[in-house]
Structures are given as structure tokens and as C-alpha cells.
Design a protein around this ligand. Structure first.
Ligand SMILES: *Cc1c(COP(=O)(O)O)cnc(C)c1O
Length: 424
């Protein structure tokens, strides 16, 4: 059989790009497939380099809540590009996007734009350390906060997928300050605070875990974290790089009604262009240079194309009906679960707003260790058969799938039809 265009491109890529990809999970290694190269995307559909039209449930891992090539966003980027692609001096759209983010989230009084979610979390950690004069940070096992050194201890899907318990290249001294607790386990967090009195600068949490697959916070968990951080003088940092503007226009914090001290953003606020941001209480944010003494900078930060794409995206989302989308996702997921259960496999599909993960297990899902017990052979088989039927799912048993406002009833029906034909 002759190679497909995707296979040809992947072979070339492997010669000049490590693993043939610019971000590990795209390589599809954990489902033992080669990646499909994408030629273009529109709405909820991807056109592969092989000419296949696929229904996209990855959504670029989060940014594409409006769907691909959304007309207002595309137009905003084109118009911005005509005015120049980077100035190295402030522009109006940075102010407008910052105002929009501050208006959307009551906990965010000031915000600093950066270029990726990774940069946002690294910078927020530096700020928390600067503000508190403490070094330690608490994160959850399986939680992912980008690839900053301090966060690369038990860091979720990207690493879990490859069974690397951390990564070479991160000094032990860096990770020594990173304290780990199981997600949804307040007692462990309390113990960490008590065993490290006056030493914890911040607690980072994905308020809804999206990088060990999707896991929901149990009732009281987030409020419990808020209370513990307040009690111990540590900053509560919500990593809303996925959940920001997805769980609601006010993010997970709006949905669960919790006020973190700092919040990190990325993905949706760039409308598909490279962006991140971190923000929060002015008293903390004012410590950032040049207003304060905590240094953080970026040549391309507040980039006019990214700001234009983010503004256009948010201006549509502000008036979008999140509940209507969630009801459609609820119905889709219920039917998908019933179809798969009908095939005699153990399955659970946690979901919230426009995110879901298919776990092949009957065990209760509470933290990363539960998730890791799910059957990855069944997942691989499911993934491959769905892909054969042109359904583009996240290529790992430990990732969240993303639905967009562009998914039509026909798209959902086509995905369900594909699932009906799956054999285990
Ligand atoms: C994607 C992600 C990041 C990292 O963002 P990048 O833009 O990939 O650097 C950080 N935190 C969470 C929760 C994410 O999902």
C-alpha cells in the first residue's frame, strides 16, 4: 500500500523535528498511530492532508470554542496583520482585551499578557513567590500547568502518557519545592500545609482537571482549597488555561463561585493564536515590573494579532449561550455512554460544559490514580475505530475532548453513528 500524504509528511518531519511534532501528544504514540496532518479547518471540521473531512473533538486542545476559522476572528486577524504584526510598544487592543478579561472575572483586577499558558503559570508562580517571600508550591498529581520546571513533577497526561515520572533536565532542587497531593483530597493538602508551615507560596489547581482526562472537583473541594490557602497565607492560583471562558464566560471560578488570588489563562483568550495571561488582585499584580519589583517581560507579549483574535473571540462568546451548548453536550455524552455500555465494556464519560473524557472503567473517578486504572487497550481500539470513521478524538486515554459552538446536531449524530459501529 502506498503511503498517505500524512505518512509522507510525518516521515519528513521526523528527520528535522524531534518525534516529528512540535508538542508530544500530537504524535499519537500512546494510541500507536501516526499523526494525521491537517491542511485546513472550518467550524467543527478538519480537512487532513490526505483529503479526509473529519469531525474535530480536539479543538486545538481548547482554544477553538467558536470552531475553526470563525469569520469575525479571521477578519480581525487579517485586519490586524495589515496594520503590522508586532510593534514592541503598546497598542489599544492590549488595553481592550485586558479590560474585557477584568470585566469578565470579578477576581481579576489587573492582568498581564504573555505568549503561552506555560509562560502564564511560570510567571504567576514567580509573582506568588515574590509576594509571599516563600518558595514552595503545592500542585496536584496529574495536574498540568505547562512545562515550566517547577511544575514537572507528576504532570498529567503529556508525561503520564509516556510513563516518565518527571523529566530529565529538571534539577532536583527545583522540584524539591513542589509538593504533591492527590486531586480532590483536602486532607492531603491540609497535611502539606501543616508539615511546611509558613513555607508555601501558592497552591496551583486546575479547578476542573483537564489534563489527566477530565475530572470534576467534588463538592466542597475548591472552597476547601480557598479556606486552606487563606488560613496559611498562600496564594490560591486557579489555572484556567482550559476552563477560562469555557466553563462559563467567567470561567470555572464563576461557575463554582470561588475567588482565587491569581488566575492563569491561555487557549481561548488568544482565539487560536499564541497567548497566555495571568491576573488577579491588584495588590499582587502591582508587584510586577515595571510597577513593582518582580521581573517578567516578553518581546511579543500583547502581540497585536493575538490581541485582535482574542478580542474577536471574546466579543462573540460574551453573547453565546453556554447553557444551550452544555445541554447538547449532555445529551450527546449520555447517548455515547449508553451506546458503549451496550457493547458490554465498562465506561464512564465525565463531562462539564463543553468538555468530556471517555474512560473505560467502572471504578469511581476521583484522582489521577483512579484514572490510570482505566483500560487503555479498550481506549486505543475505540480511538482507532472512531478515527477510521473520520471522528478526530484526543489521541490519549488521559485527555479531555473539546466541543465547540460550531458542532451541529449532524456532527453529534455522525459521531454517535461511528460509535455504534465500534466493536470491542
Ligand atoms: C494547555 C495548558 C497549559 C499550558 O499552556 P501552553 O499554551 O500549552 O503553554 C497550562 N495549564 C493548563 C491547565 C493547560 O491545559
Amino acid at each position: 500500500m502506498s503511503a498517505t500524504r500524512s505518512q509522507e509528511l510525518f516521515a519528513r518531519a521526523c528527520n528535522v523535528i524531534p518525534g516529528g511534532v512540535n508538542s508530544p501528544v500530537r504524535a499519537c504514540r500512546n494510541v500507536h498511530c501516526d499523526p494525521l496532518f491537517i491542511a485546513s479547518a472550518q467550524g467543527a471540521h478538519l480537512l487532513t492532508a490526505d483529503g479526509r473531512n473529519m469531525i474535530d473533538f480536539v479543538g486545538s486542545w481548547g482554544p477553538m470554542l467558536l470552531g475553526h476559522a470563525y469569520p469575525e476572528v479571521t477578519l480581525a486577524v487579517r485586519e490586524a496583520a495589515l496594520r503590522g504584526t508586532s510593534y514592541g510598544a503598546p497598542c489599544e487592543d492590549e488595553v481592550r482585551l485586558a479590560e474585557e478579561v477584568c470585566a469578565a472575572l470579578p477576581s481579576v483586577e489587573m492582568v498581564r499578557m504573555v505568549n503561552s499558558g506555560t509562560e502564564a503559570t511560570m510567571s504567576a508562580l514567580r509573582l506568588a513567590r515574590g509576594v509571599t517571600g516563600r518558595d514552595k508550591v503545592i500542585k496536584f498529581i496529574g495536574g498540568y500547568h505547562g512545562h515550566g520546571d517547577a511544575f514537572l513533577a507528576s504532570a498529567g497526561s503529556g508525561l503520564a502518557t509516556f510513563s516518565i515520572p518527571g523529566t530529565p533536565g529538571v534539577p532536583e532542587s527545583t522540584v524539591r519545592d513542589t509538593l504533591l497531593a492527590p486531586y480532590n483530597d483536602l486532607d492531603s493538602v491540609r497535611a502539606l500545609f501543616e508539615n511546611n508551615p509558613g513555607q508555601v507560596a501558592a497552591l496551583f489547581v486546575e479547578p476542573v482537571a483537564g489534563n489527566m482526562g477530565l475530572l470534576l472537583p467534588q463538592p466542597g473541594f475548591l472552597q476547601g482549597l480557598r479556606d486552606l490557602c487563606t488560613l496559611h497565607g498562600a496564594l490560591l492560583i486557579f489555572d484556567e488555561v482550559i476552563t477560562g471562558f469555557r466553563l462559563s464566560y467567567a470561567g470555572a471560578q464563576g461557575r463554582f463561585d470561588i475567588m482565587p488570588d491569581l488566575t492563569t489563562f491561555g487557549k481561548i483568550i488568544g482565539g487560536g493564536l499564541p497567548v497566555g495571561a495571568y491576573g488577579g488582585r491588584a495588590a499582587f499584580m502591582e508587584r510586577i515590573a515595571p510597577q513593582g519589583d518582580v521581573y517578567q517581560a516578553g518581546t511579543l507579549s500583547g502581540n497585536p494579532l493575538a490581541m485582535a483574535a482574542g478580542l474577536a473571540t471574546l466579543s462573540v462568546l460574551r453573547h453565546s449561550d453556554y447553557s444551550a451548548l452544555e445541554r447538547r453536550v449532555d445529551a450527546f455524552v449520555a447517548e455515547l455512554e449508553s451506546i458503549l455500555r451496550g457493547k458490554g465494556v465498562p465506561v464512564q464519560i465525565p463531562h462539564i460544559a463543553s468538555m468530556f473524557t471517555v474512560y473505560f472503567t467502572d471504578a469511581p473517578l476521583r484522582d489521577f490514580s483512579c484514572v490510570q486504572a482505566a483500560n487503555t487497550d479498550l481506549f486505543e481500539s475505540f480511538y482507532k475505530q472512531m478515527r477510521e470513521k473520520n471522528i478526530f478524538l484526543a489521541p490519549s486515554a488521559f485527555e479531555a475532548n473539546m466541543v465547540s459552538f460550531a458542532h451541529s446536531d449532524e456532527d453529534f449524530e455522525a459521531a454517535l453513528d461511528a460509535a455504534r459501529s465500534v466493536c470491542f
